[in-house]
Design a protein. Structure first.
Length: 82
């Protein structure tokens, strides 16, 4: 499992949680004080996500950053076994 795979899995987990809560990408970006374009780059693993951004996103989604990371690790592990 690569670091990029873990970043992609984190992006997928954030997208899934955002969709489940019906939070817009614009709202999520605003909560992290970043542009929507930057948010997409982080979620697509085109750029490394700063910890501060992850914490802001997690706070907006009312989910612990550790929970998002654990889910992402599980997802990346499952994906690597396919």
């Amino acid at each position: 499992m690569t670091f990029e795979a873990e970043l992609l899995a984190l992006g997928a987990e954030i997208r899934a949680e955002r969709a489940a809560q019906k939070v817009s990408m614009s709202d999520l970006a605003a909560a992290a004080n970043i542009s929507r374009q930057a948010l997409y780059k982080y979620l697509d693993a085109e750029r490394d996500m700063p910890v501060a951004v992850l914490l802001d996103i997690a706070a907006r989604l009312d989910v612990g950053a550790d929970v998002l990371m654990r889910r992402a690790e599980d997802r990346a592990r499952r994906d690597s076994q396919r």
